[in-house]
Design a binder for this molecule. Structure first.
Ligand SMILES: [Zn+2]
Length: 93
């Protein structure tokens, strides 16, 4: 069975149309943040098993950036939203 992702702009599409670009959970530090904070943001990441938020790019579709809420062990998808909506809901530090 193919894995399907429901793009909020294009509808349900096969995962092969998308490119995964990494964890969406880390928040970008303020420009004036200390070097240690930037180092952790850029180079140090957790590697959780289970439910994660990831940036996905709909390369073969609308070319929008999305945030996919999924389980990286079972591959169950819980939700998909446009990345701009995700950032607006999450807020800025
Ligand atoms: Zn799309």
């Amino acid at each position: 069975m193919a894995s399907l992702i429901t793009c909020p702009h294009c509808g349900t599409r096969p995962k092969e149309e998308f490119s995964i670009r990494g964890a969406a959970a880390p928040k970008r530090p303020a420009p004036a943040a200390k070097d240690e904070v930037w180092h952790r943001y850029v180079y140090v990441r957790d590697n959780p098993k289970g439910r994660v938020l990831e940036y996905w790019h709909h390369v073969a579709g609308c070319r929008r950036w999305l945030v996919v809420d999924r389980d990286n062990f079972t591959h169950e998808v819980f939700g998909v939203m446009d990345a701009s909506d995700f950032e607006r809901v999450r807020g800025v530090e």
